[in-house]
Design a protein around this ligand. Structure first.
Ligand code: ADP
Ligand code: MG
Length: 389
């Protein structure tokens, strides 16, 4: 995490000193999804964990109705009146926090004037949810400063609504939920349809979770994401011939799907649905094997998840496949898979602690040879959700 004292100095450089109002500091993490990909919008299970690195937000009360927005990650800075919280493309990153303040006002909650400085340690657009981290830390900061209750599930929901409606990104609830509700050394088993959740101890013993960033920007992702969602909806419509009550693929058991999959007319749509139903089952199997402390079995489920995302859901691509294949060649690696929406972004691997350096060297080398891109690796520890520091 960035040095808070240095950030406070930066804040005072930007906004000036003000002994009447203290600077308060909030932090929301990034997140990594360990297994359960493209299941969230199908009403299935996901299994994300909050990271120890994320977005810090420094806030100080103002005596007027202006919101001051600055970030150590972006040059654009602005003061905007709380009367003028509309989406403007030229406001770039500021639309995220603006959208959150707008949503709070829509809910009839007060929002006063504040100067704010963000500082993020999450690579943007890599599938580690820097946008959700910004949204959640803003909602938590504003609610706390205003003295409103800061219920974290509510914060996740209003952050998702902001991303869907204000920003216009059709994401599920997983990212904001993990960022708000994360717990140190625990992953979260979350049912995205009902928001039932459980913190599951994630003790990886001598193994480390290593995130590999392909540094491939997810150009294709928006159109492909919408296409996958539409294909899942098509599968539901076809399956309604047997299950008239069905609204989401996640409501089907693997057995029910296997008995009825012939009803799906289009072969591509059938493959998409097969991925979703089997991936949800893999999340549930993961709970069982992790409870038994069987990390090797969890690693196998990670590999099966990646293969399914590659062959059935078709959201991997050269970069993610190359990184996962190279990872699985390194001794001491139990499993590896793409994480996030796909087409670029990150992989997550379970690597023996003695193999981490070799892993970074070898996977990095093979990856660059085959793709011409540079990779980055983060050895991650599971951290807490949003907090005031
Ligand atoms: P992801 O959530 O996968 O990292 P997105 O494209 O959804 O990628 O969100 C990235 C955007 O979120 C950035 O382009 C920027 O607008 C905003 N953002 C993320 N981190 C920060 C930050 N520290 N300061 C300001 N804006 C940020
Ligand atoms: Mg995002």
């Amino acid at each position: 995490m960035a040095d808070i004292q240095a950030l406070k100095m930066r804040f005072i450089d930007l906004y000036g000193a003000d002994s009447a109002h203290p600077i308060r500091v909030f932090h929301a993490p990034g997140r990594v999804n360990l297994i359960g990909e493209h299941t969230d919008y199908n009403g299935g299970y996901v299994f994300p964990a909050a990271l120890t690195f994320g977005t810090a937000l420094l806030m100080r009360k103002r005596d007027d109705d202006q919101l001051g927005f600055a970030s150590t990650n972006f040059p654009l800075r602005k003061h905007i009146s709380i009367q003028e919280l509309t989406y403007r493309s030229e406001d770039e990153w500021i639309n995220y926090p603006k959208g959150i303040a707008h949503e709070l006002l829509q809910r009839g909650l007060s929002v006063g004037g504040y100067d704010m400085l963000y500082s993020g340690a999450i690579p943007n657009g890599s599938g580690l949810s820097s946008s959700a981290s910004v949204e959640v830390v803003t909602a938590f900061g504003l609610l706390t400063m205003e003295g409103h209750p800061a219920d974290k599930v509510d914060i996740a929901l209003l952050s998702q609504k902001t991303e869907n409606e204000f920003i216009g990104v059709n994401c599920g609830i997983m990212d904001q939920f993990a960022v708000a509700m994360g717990k140190k050394d625990h992953a979260i088993l979350l049912m995205c349809d009902t928001l039932e959740y459980q913190h599951v101890p994630f003790d990886s013993g001598e193994y480390k979770l290593v995130i590999g960033n392909t540094n491939k920007k997810r150009g294709l992702v928006d159109s492909a994401y919408n296409e996958r969602r539409a294909q899942c909806e098509q599968a539901v419509r076809d399956l309604q011939a047997k299950y008239p009550e069905l609204t989401l693929l996640g409501q089907l058991s693997l057995e029910q799907f296997n008995e009825s999959q012939h009803l799906i007319a289009d072969e591509t749509v059938r493959k998409r649905a097969q991925h979703v139903v089997e991936e949800i089952d893999r999340v549930l199997q993961s709970m069982k094997v992790l409870e038994q402390g069987d990390l090797a079995a969890f690693g196998q489920l990670m590999i099966a998840s990646h293969n399914s995302l590659r062959d059935l859901y078709e959201v991997t691509g050269l970069e993610l496949d190359t990184m996962v294949e190279a990872a699985l060649q390194v001794p001491g690696v139990l499993g590896s898979r793409m994480t996030g929406a796909g087409f670029g972004g990150c992989t997550v691997s379970l690597v023996h602690q003695d193999s981490v350096e070799r892993f970074k060297d070898e996977v990095g080398r093979v990856y660059t040879e085959k793709t011409g891109l540079k990779s980055d690796f983060y050895v991650c520890t599971i951290g807490d959700g949003v907090v005031e520091l």
